[in-house]
Design a protein around this ligand. Structure first.
Ligand code: CTP
Ligand code: MG
Length: 251
């Protein structure tokens, strides 16, 4: 596979001055949630899930702007779009969603190249993770800004892990000490990520996170330990968990 170039150490110094942008894929259908409307538009603590997610980045002082990937003609986004891009607000640019998450992210990265520099940082974050905190964004920025291959938030595996066959018979207990769950945001230099994702898709690797595309280039993204509350709303019960998170945050 063709390799994408990594910044040289002299360019690394300038990375610190580069801007930080959020890239939010929000064009999924939410099949596992099985709700009437896509899960990113379900109500959560007085707003939609997507609005709560956008707010975290809008309120963060280091984020220069946001690119949101939404399904073309998405009527739910149209209903709330007027709340954004008002005077003195962090800009929200729109890109078309794609077939899979990786296509939506790549579309958003292409839109971001219009507004950002090659070495600016893209923080890719699932719309379905509204419980992200500003301090997790702080951690990523502090710990990764000197790491040219970028990285991601993760959580060390807490439970004992089993490998099973299709009938759910346990085949093995997997050593968990080196296992982490990959969360978002995942933060990479814009051009590095765009090129890596383009190559992954060209090679028919429909990667489910950005780090996978970077790993396919032989690079080693770093994991920064995140907060366990940063859940991805996937199944119906997750929305109740997220609601609890917001109720506690307001106490
Ligand atoms: N996503 C996207 N474009 C797609 C698929 C997913 O932008 N073609 C987004 C989702 O909107 C979500 C994030 O990627 O914010 C993470 O994906 P996931 O949790 O899998 O959401 P869905 O694909 O919508 O859910 P499901 O897999 O259950 O259908
Ligand atoms: Mg999905």
């Amino acid at each position: 596979m063709t390799k994408v170039s990594l910044n040289t150490s002299s360019q690394n110094l300038s990375l610190q001055k580069n801007k930080y942008w959020a890239v939010i894929p929000a064009a999924g259908a939410g099949k596992r949630m099985a709700s009437k409307i896509p899960k990113q538009y379900l109500p959560l603590a007085g707003k939609t899930v997507l609005e709560q997610t956008l707010n975290v980045f809008i309120q963060h002082p280091d984020i220069s702007g946001i690119v949101l990937a939404v399904t073309e003609g998405d009527p739910y986004w149209q209903e709330i779009a007027a709340n954004y891009n008002q005077e003195n607000m962090t800009p929200v640019f729109i890109a078309p969603g794609g077939q899979e998450r990786c296509h939506s992210v790549l579309n958003a990265l292409k839109e971001l190249t219009v507004h950002a520099s090659d070495n600016d940082w893209a923080l890719v974050h699932d719309a379905a993770r509204p419980c992200l905190t500003g301090s997790d964004i702080d951690q990523l920025i502090t710990k990764l800004s000197d790491s040219p291959a970028g990285g991601l938030l993760g959580l060390p595996m807490a439970d004992t892990v089993k490998r099973c066959d299709k009938e759910q018979n346990v085949i093995a207990t997997v050593e968990r000490s080196e296992l982490w769950r990959a969360l978002t945001p995942q933060m990479f230099p814009l051009k590095l990520l765009k090129d890596a994702l383009t190559l992954a898709i060209e090679n028919k690797a429909l990667v489910t996170d950005e780090a996978s595309a970077i790993e396919l280039q032989g690079l080693k993204p770093k994991i920064v330990e995140g907060q366990p509350g940063n859940i991805k709303i996937t199944h119906p019960g997750d929305l109740q968990l997220a609601a609890l998170f917001f109720a506690n945050a307001q106490d």
